[in-house]
Write a protein that binds this ligand. Structure first.
Ligand code: UT7
Length: 330
């Protein structure tokens, strides 16, 4: 048994930008409405032909360079995504080959916005059990590939990008690393955020395309209501059962879905805005990509130091939600 810890983070967003001004000419909306209701100003959008594995590959290459491990040291690759390059093979296989992680195994994990957090826990368990010493967990989505750019409720929110974290075991006696987690799914909320086409229930056909079933469908206010309640609830649960409160948290790294969801969670947890990382203004909601991208931004801004108590939180389609408590290890 070893305590797992995060020892490196890499991230990448495609260079193309979609601004609120651009969206004004695509749907009936305004920069002011989007900023006030979501906090988003720009999102990065991939060029045609760029897939999730391309973004993930760059993120993993940065992670390898930063950590000093060799690609062949990687034992397991987990890719959280709802926009795999294709149905098969798994995106993990494509990334493994791209980065030269020969000898690794891996798989994709699909739970939308909670994807990275759930994958992080799966990866951490393999380190905790002693089975592996170098696990790479990726959260990535090319949301522009499944968004209807005539639907103003969804197209203003989402963007493309992702990141990767390396999980390794703590040294003997070291206290930094993963502390605890709570995860929860509630399938009764499935109808609030879904993509109905292309699966086994509605295989792709002319009809599914005509009916726009290959796009994300969202009941924004229903997701918003769930998110504001659930994010704070999950965080409180994981903090309380470890004898802690919001006041103990050095940095809150929430899923970036809507700035109002983040501020609501902060208020409910009694945390001040100087202890949260927000980059939704620049990237929008990149689904499985938000948390590793936010970790990366926090590192770039000097907001994370060794020993900091960090709270990660996610919520999204499913419904799904989660919170992870850890001490930053570098
Ligand atoms: O990662 C999880 C993924 N999803 C989420 O987290 C989404 C959570 N939900 C949200 O972030 C918000 O519900 C939205 C940003 C999607 C929508 O914001 P809202 O404050 O909940 O707006 P609403 O849907 O209640 O609509 C309020 C008004 C409506 O007009 P009326 O009926 O009051 O005249 C909408 O038609 O705003 C209108 N509206 C817009 N106006 C300008 C909805 N979308 C837009 C828009 N631009 N893009």
């Amino acid at each position: 048994m070893a305590i797992p810890k995060i020892t490196a983070v890499g991230a990448y967003v495609p260079p193309g930008l979609l601004t609120n001004k651009d969206l004004e000419s695509m749907v009936e909306t305004s920069d002011q409405w989007i900023v006030e209701r979501t906090g988003i100003r720009t999102r990065h959008i991939a060029e045609k032909g760029i897939a999730s594995s391309d973004v993930a590959t760059v993120a993993v290459q940065e992670l390898i360079a930063k950590s000093g491990i060799k690609a062949t040291d990687i034992e397991l690759i987990i890719v959280a995504t709802i926009t795999p390059d294709m149905q098969l093979p798994a995106t993990a296989c494509i990334v493994q080959n791209n980065v030269g992680a020969f000898g690794a195994w891996g798989f994709d994990l699909s739970i939308a916005c909670s994807g990275f957090l759930y994958a992080l826990q799966v990866g951490a368990q393999f380190v905790r059990s002693g089975a592996h010493k170098n696990v790479v967990v990726i959260g990535v989505d090319i949301m522009s590939s499944i968004i209807d750019y005539t639907d103003r409720q969804t197209c203003i929110i989402f963007g493309d990008g992702g990141g990767a974290a390396l999980i390794q075991p703590c040294e003997e006696g070291e206290q930094n690393g993963f502390i605890d987690f709570v995860h929860e799914i509630d399938g009764s909320g499935g109808g609030s955020l879904y993509l109905p086409g292309g699966g086994s229930r509605n295989p792709t056909s002319h009809e599914t395309i005509d009916k726009k079933m290959h796009f994300v469908h969202q009941d924004g206010p229903a997701v918003f209501k769930f998110a504001t309640r659930k994010m704070a609830e999950m965080c409180t649960r994981v903090l309380e059962r470890n004898g802690m409160s919001g006041a103990d948290v050095d940095l809150f790294i929430p899923h970036q879905a809507n700035l109002r969801i983040i501020t609501s969670a902060m208020e409910r947890l009694g945390m001040t805005m100087d202890r949260v990382i927000v980059n939704i203004d620049e990237y929008g909601n990149t689904t499985a990509g938000t948390i590793p991208l936010a970790m990366h931004s926090a590192l770039e801004r000097g907001m994370l130091k060794k020993g900091d108590l960090v709270l990660l939180a996610s919520m999204g389609a499913g419904f799904s939600a989660g919170a992870t408590l850890l001490r930053w290890a570098y």
